[in-house]
Design a protein around this ligand. Structure first.
Ligand code: TXE
Length: 497
């Protein structure tokens, strides 16, 4: 194992006392209680963070509200975009520091931290920056006749919604925060972020870079602490105009419910699901296995759009599972700080325990564990990448999101039945179809119930393409032009003359 050397700035950052970022200043807050940040590759504590309380929630919401009505409102749309572009520059300039911090806290292999948490985050910021000068209303023709010869003109404004509360999960703690921050700031909103308790550090560093980029104090604020306490207080705060959440389905549902109950606060929810990848019989066994690895096992399967249900033509099933087992057996599992590592640990102990209990569940239900299904020895939260052959669509692993490196496989013979099987779930975030027959793929795509359908690819998100779930996988869309509707209110104006 050869690990990269940690930068001095990373060790220095970890040794600092951490709390919150409010009105342009890093603060510890009033609470004495702290929570620990654990490196999932070693199980060791690497930093502590102060819990937030009502005082920090209030300060953050007030700072965001003051900036929304003050400094940020006075800045021109073009300059808002320039601010986001300068932040993108600084993400790249400080990219190695951020990537190392992220890998230490989340167990993400360093190459993925560099590519997604830093590289893609900068790209998303630049994409959102471009929108700042293009968010406009419309001029409309009034449809009813005038009664006494008077005339009417009508138009709409798209006005920023106000203070946005962004609740962030642990799987992409920079990138998902940037999605929400970029959308909010380019629309003229300000934001208060609540990172996951497991990965709160990197975004604190990003907030410092935002100040260096010239983003005014109060525009970005961060309050750390438990979801139930801080998340709920932020949602119910009178200054909160909108909640944007990414995370698990049960938490997302409770967040959505409380946002509605707290005065119909606007809500976007990007939740998980039980995404399907289906391979048609014209695909070679090698191509199918390449596709499965791409769709299900990147970053230990901890990606909300990753596939967890795999449908394989019965003629290919045995060969696919044999070759996939071979490929998983040589996958390099190890330290996230080793540049050749392909698979790191699970991101935290609670998630590790959940995955171990799902292995147990598969055994109890007599599913065949073709490969893996156990924890790896040594410190840290490592498990073997796992292949489960389901008995039927009713097995727990065909229905419940695992969010781990577990592919569950079912064979099929009839392509018409296949679509029914893919859709037989309360969720609909993503799906993929793999075939050389493009005409068939296009026909089948229109019948799939999911927010995004990939053909011959999976888990590839692009800032220009709307992303979000059908059914219980969410409400609203991120990216493209679709985000505008969720971060602005429409105001109609009518004039008589
Ligand atoms: O997620 P939560 P957790 C899945 C994954 C994992 C499980 C639990 O399977 O094992 O969810 O992970 C905040 N009001 N996913 O507990 O609860 C919380 O502090 C307001 C899939 O980390 O969804 C964190 O900031 N906020 C998922 C955020 O919500 C609350 C990604 C997400 O936490 C809150 C992550 C409350 N009552 C985990 N309770 C995906 N599909 O993208 C918690 N939070």
């Amino acid at each position: 194992m050869s690990e990269i050397n940690l930068l001095g700035s990373v060790t220095a950052f970890l040794q600092r006392s951490h709390g919150h970022y409010i009105n342009g200043v890093s603060i510890l807050g009033q609470e004495k209680e702290t929570f620990s940040i654990v490196n999932p590759a070693s199980g060791e504590m690497i930093a502590t963070v102060n819990q937030g309380g009502e005082a920090e929630v209030n300060q953050a919401m007030q700072a965001a509200s003051a900036a929304f009505h003050g400094s940020w409102a006075q800045i021109s749309p073009i300059e808002r975009g320039n601010c986001l572009n300068r932040l993108a520059d600084l993400l790249q300039k400080n990219g190695e520091e951020l990537a190392q911090l992220e890998s230490l806290c989340s167990g993400k292999p360093i190459q993925l931290s560099r590519m997604l948490e830093v590289g893609a985050s900068a790209d998303y910021l630049r994409y959102f920056a471009g929108w700042s000068s293009k968010i406009t209303g419309e001029t409309l023709n009034v449809s009813l006749p005038s009664l006494k010869g008077e005339k009417y003109s009508a138009f709409t404004y798209r006005e920023p919604i106000g203070v946005v509360v962004g609740i962030i999960p642990w799987n992409f703690s920079i990138m998902i925060a940037i999605w929400k921050l970029g959308a909010a700031l380019t629309s003229g909103c300000t934001i208060v972020l609540k990172p996951s308790e497991y990965t709160p550090l990197t975004i604190l560093r990003v907030a410092e870079l935002a100040k260096e980029a010239g983003i005014p104090d109060g525009v970005i604020n961060i309050v750390n602490g438990s979801g139930a306490r801080i998340g709920s207080s932020l949602i119910s705060h009178p200054q909160c105009a909108k909640v944007t959440f990414t995370g698990s389905i049960p938490t997302g549902m409770s967040v959505g419910k409380s946002a509605l109950e707290q005065g119909l606060k606007r809500t976007t929810l990007e939740l998980g699901g039980k995404n399907a990848a289906a391979f048609l019989s014209d695909m070679s066994v090698e191509k199918i296995v390449d596709g499965i690895l791409e769709a299900g096992y990147v970053y230990q399967g901890q990606i909300c759009a990753a596939a967890e249900r795999f449908y394989i033509p019965s003629v290919h099933m045995d060969d696919v599972l044999t070759l996939l087992s071979e490929r998983l057996s040589v996958m390099k599992i190890g330290s996230p700080l080793d540049e050749s590592t392909e698979m790191g640990p699970l991101a935290n102990k609670a998630h590790y325990d959940k995955i171990l209990s799902l292995f147990e569940k598969a055994r109890q239900e007599d599913c065949e564990i073709v490969y893996g299904g156990y924890a790896l020895e040594g410190p840290g939260f490592f498990v073997a990448p796992t292949i489960v052959k389901a008995n039927s669509a009713e097995d727990t692993l065909m229905k419940e999101e695992t969010f781990g490196p577990i592919g569950t496989f079912l064979s099929y013979d009839d392509e018409d039945e296949l679509i029914g099987m893919m859709n037989a779930t309360p969720f609909g975030l993503s799906a993929s179809l793999w075939t050389n027959n493009m005409s068939k793929a296009m026909r089948m795509t229109s019948r799939i119930e999911a927010g995004i359908v990939w053909i011959n690819m999976h888990t590839f998100l692009d800032p220009a393409l709307p992303f979000g779930g059908w059914k219980s996988s969410g409400i609203g869309r991120e990216f493209g032009s679709a985000f505008i509707e969720h971060y602005t209110e429409l105001k109609s104006v009518m004039v008589r003359y």
